[in-house]
Design a protein around this ligand. Structure first.
Ligand SMILES: C[S@@+](CC[C@H](N)C(=O)[O-])C[C@H]1O[C@@H](n2cnc3c(N)ncnc32)[C@H](O)[C@@H]1O
Length: 355
């Protein structure tokens, strides 16, 4: 808030520690160090919530923040039936099913020595991280996973770097699942079978030996609470079309990267008017203009031809599959456009070596 409103950089300090565990502060309050501000940012269940409008975030997310985790699967199922389709409970459970399934179901098949079950896809995160590290030298410095959801990309990066990997998202249920995995070594989640019927899964994350390097924070990709030039690598997998302002999302990612820092950006350009105003879509409208509404061309321009920030496109490709399991008889597959990028000085030329 201080950076946005006054242009001043004020570090956060630990104000109150209510509860601690081996991994750090489980419950407490961070404070803005400016005496004129002293804004509070809570840490709940080990997750710092560092967003510009805390009142709006907490009041809009009370369901997720206050959700208890001690009820049996039987009781969750009964509550799900009572709340019914379209309820907050139902929406949250469906999202947990979709993203945990997309991120972790391949690990279950691997641990059971079976082929991928129908409806389970190899994690797109793993594919992207593996192909990046086999093509580029990854600098040893902090990594930011923007829109990390339940954290598979963050976990994958901990295996490839000696430094810290921070996953940020605004979905508190996702962050809680990811954060619990750090302390417990497994992911547990409801997998949607059909309608309001869910099976509860537990997937061992023992293969990730470096999870102490990871952390998960609630932060807004459109207003990242970091100084400029902090991260060596930033990822933005399939998030720009889920925000109000794809442009701000890209600009913020650029801002927090160190000079020459690397970025990976993927998107299926799956625009919806209730999330992103049409005027902020990248392509996907006004097909009568010279670009014909082509999102790929427009995104390249947004990445490379801005006055106040620019990336170099190191590599790009289109058609990387990203599969989401909606229920046992319904999969959605996106073909995402992906980029490997490097932050560059604004005066250089912008070149693409991609296909
Ligand atoms: C389509 S999902 C992609 C998740 C994950 N990166 C993946 O590819 O599986 C978009 C994610 O971005 C998060 N998100 C949307 N807007 C955000 C914002 N302004 N700040 C941080 N996260 C955001 C959502 O909560 C969600 O987890």
């Amino acid at each position: 808030m201080c950076r946005q409103n006054k242009g001043s950089i004020e570090p956060l300090v630990i104000g109150t520690v209510v509860k601690e565990c081996d991994e750090g502060i489980e419950e407490g309050i961070l404070l803005c160090s400016s005496q004129a501000c002293l804004s509070e940012f809570p840490i709940i269940d080990g997750i710092p919530i560092i967003v510009p409008n805390l009142r709006a975030y907490v009041s809009g997310n009370t369901h997720a923040i206050l959700k208890r985790n001690d009820l049996s699967d039987t009781m969750e199922s009964l509550i799900g039936d009572c709340c019914g389709p379209g309820s907050e409970f139902d929406t949250q459970r469906q999202h947990l099913s979709i993203y945990n399934q997309a991120h972790f179901s391949d690990l279950q098949a691997a641990s059971e020595g079976t082929d991928l079950l129908p409806g389970n896809a190899k994690s797109a995160m793993k594919t992207l991280v593996d192909s990046t590290t086999s093509n580029l030298a990854i600098p040893n410095g902090p990594i930011l996973d923007i829109g990390c959801a339940t954290g598979r990309g963050t976990f994958e990066w901990t295996q490839k770097t000696n430094d810290l990997v921070l996953g940020i998202d605004l979905n508190f249920s996702f962050l809680r699942t990811a954060n619990k995995a750090l302390t417990q070594g497994f992911i547990s989640y409801p997998k949607r079978r059909c309608g309001l019927v869910y099976d509860y899964h537990k997937i061992d994350l023992g293969g990730f030996s470096e999870t102490s390097k990871a952390d998960f924070w609630a932060c807004d990709a459109l207003n990242l609470p970091f100084c400029d030039n902090q991260f060596d690598l930033a990822t933005s997998y399939n998030i720009i079309d889920t925000t109000q302002s794809p442009f701000d999302c890209i600009q913020q990612m650029h801002r927090v990267l160190k000079p020459d820092g690397l970025a990976i950006l993927t998107t299926p350009y799956d625009w919806t008017g209730h999330v992103t105003p049409v005027t902020s879509w990248i392509g996907g409208h006004s097909q009568r203009c010279t670009s014909g509404g082509d999102p790929e061309k427009r995104l390249r321009e947004l990445l490379c031809q801005q006055q106040d920030y620019q990336f170099t496109i190191l590599e790009e490709g289109t058609g990387q599959p990203w599969t989401l399991h909606l229920h046992d008889r319904c999969l959605t597959q996106y073909l995402v456009h992906w980029f490997r990028l490097q932050k560059k000085a604004v005066t250089d030329d912008c070149s693409s070596t991609g296909n």
